[in-house]
Design a binder for this molecule. Structure first.
Ligand SMILES: Nc1ncnc2c1ncn2[C@@H]1O[C@H](COP(=O)(O)OP(=O)(O)OP(=O)(O)O)[C@@H](O)[C@H]1O
Ligand SMILES: [Mg+2]
Length: 237
């Protein structure tokens, strides 16, 4: 019988920018249905790792497997069609487009023609329905983050890669985002990898943690066993 891999499996991933290496031999496995958090100080390579998974950074060596296929050399749009959604740090919604048009952009990632926004999007993010005709750039930071997550959901992903979704967002909306991500995970079975600086947010949401230091994964395990000593050593909290 064939051995099945975890939904996402990074093996000896090495990558960088030009001649500058940033990631060194990263191994990372995330099982279907899991929520994993990726922790680490500024500049250790967390964003670069997510960019490598979606194909915005080519690997110098190593392999990435997704849903039992080797996607190491696949272009970004094919990875999106296979079910990887990427919500970048800083959200990158289009400020002069309406909320509705920003949402519709999510369809293009799936390769399908634009159709109606599924009702579940408004069920997960009721705020969006009230602001459909507003320019995206006029939403608050927290609302823009919710819009970015909703746009990612439009292509029916199997996994969502989230880069610091709570950065610069007020506490009440952070709580809302936490609750919604948990619902998306449980109700739709979508796997999530979240890069976070807010340890308590990551701890409550994720079952699995990975800690990065200087471009390598130095610790990993279950979040309920995430010791304060590790946080002190690698995250300066
Ligand atoms: N476009 C780029 N060109 C060259 N070097 C880059 C580029 N983007 C990032 N780097 C470098 O790669 C390293 C890792 O950066 P990365 O953005 O992946 O870190 P990070 O862990 O996401 O940091 P932060 O917590 O601040 O978001 C850093 O040394 C950074 O200066
Ligand atoms: Mg980053």
């Amino acid at each position: 019988m064939a051995v099945t891999r975890p939904l996402l499996d990074l093996v000896n991933v090495t990558a960088g920018y030009g001649q500058t290496p940033v990631l060194f031999d990263v191994d990372m496995s995330v099982a279907e249905g899991e929520i994993a958090c990726l922790l680490g100080r500024n500049g250790v390579g967390k964003t670069t790792l997510l960019r490598s998974i979606i194909g915005l950074n080519a690997l110098t060596s190593g392999n990435i497997y997704f849903n039992d296929a080797d996607i190491t050399k696949a272009p970004t749009y094919k990875r999106a069609r296979k079910g990887i959604a990427y919500i970048p740090q800083g959200r990158e919604i289009i400020p002069y487009l309406t909320v509705l048009d920003n949402l519709k952009m999510g369809f293009s990632a799936s390769g399908k023609k634009a159709k109606r926004i599924p009702a579940e999007i408004y069920d997960f993010f009721p705020m969006l329905k009230e602001h459909l005709q507003r320019q995206g750039g006029l939403l608050s930071g927290g609302q823009q983050q919710q819009l970015a997550i909703a746009r990612g959901l439009m292509c029916n992903p199997k996994i969502i890669l989230l880069d610091e979704p709570t950065e610069g967002i007020q506490p009440s909306i952070v709580q809302e985002i936490e609750d919604t991500l948990r619902r998306i995970n449980i109700e739709k079975g979508i796997t999530i990898i979240v890069v976070e600086q807010k340890i308590e947010f990551a701890r409550k949401l994720a079952q699995q943690f990975f800690i990065m230091e200087k471009g390598a994964i130095v610790e990993k395990g279950k979040t309920d066993k995430l010791a304060d000593s590790l946080l002190h050593r690698y995250l300066a909290v």
